[in-house]
Design a protein around this ligand. Structure first.
Ligand code: FMN
Length: 154
């Protein structure tokens, strides 16, 4: 299947998980692209309007996996704006994941993944799987593997 992994990543955590997912899916024979959403101003403390600079096109993909960091107990504003401007996700298989600093998902991750899922599902398609990687968790590697395994289950 044609898979698009579309991420926002400022310091590289989300991107590194996405790269691993890409490699694993490619090893299974999928045709996978990893694309990044970027903003004109990537400075996290900039606040105000988020103007997108790179806006990946989703139309060619059968499967879309969106990845982003948690920012202030919310989905990163860059991913929020990107997902919100998509016209429709109808007919695609959709998965979502987040990375966050704190070790427990109730510290921003759960709230943010709900936001992400809600925006995607408002675009006409159910999300088949979600996952959260808690970067400072002592078993981070196990968490990453678990999230990758589940996101590959489309
Ligand atoms: C402005 C800002 C706010 C953040 N807020 C949270 C938060 O509420 N909860 C959390 O666990 N991590 C928070 N983080 C940490 C990031 O979510 C975490 O480091 C993430 O893995 C970064 O992903 P990236 O390297 O792909 O950009 C915040 C980071 C920044 C810069």
């Amino acid at each position: 299947m044609k898979v698009g992994i579309i991420v926002h990543s400022h310091t590289g955590h989300t991107l590194s998980v996405a790269q691993r997912l890409k490699d694993m899916l490619a090893a299974k024979g999928h045709d996978v692209n990893l694309e990044q959403v970027t903003a004109v101003n990537e400075e996290p403390s900039s606040g105000g309007n988020t103007e997108l600079k790179t806006i990946p096109d989703i139309h060619a993909y059968d499967v879309l996996i969106f990845g982003a960091p948690v920012r202030a107990f919310s989905l990163s504003p860059v991913m929020k704006v990107y997902l919100s401007q998509l016209r429709s996700l109808k007919g695609k298989k959709i998965g979502c994941f987040l990375t966050q600093h704190f070790p427990y998902s109730w510290m921003g991750g759960n709230r943010s993944i709900k936001q992400m899922k809600r925006i995607c599902e408002a675009k006409g398609e159910m999300v088949f799987e979600t996952g959260i990687v808690n970067w400072s968790h002592k078993n981070r590697e196990r968490k990453i593997n678990d999230v990758l395994e589940r996101l590959m289950g489309f």
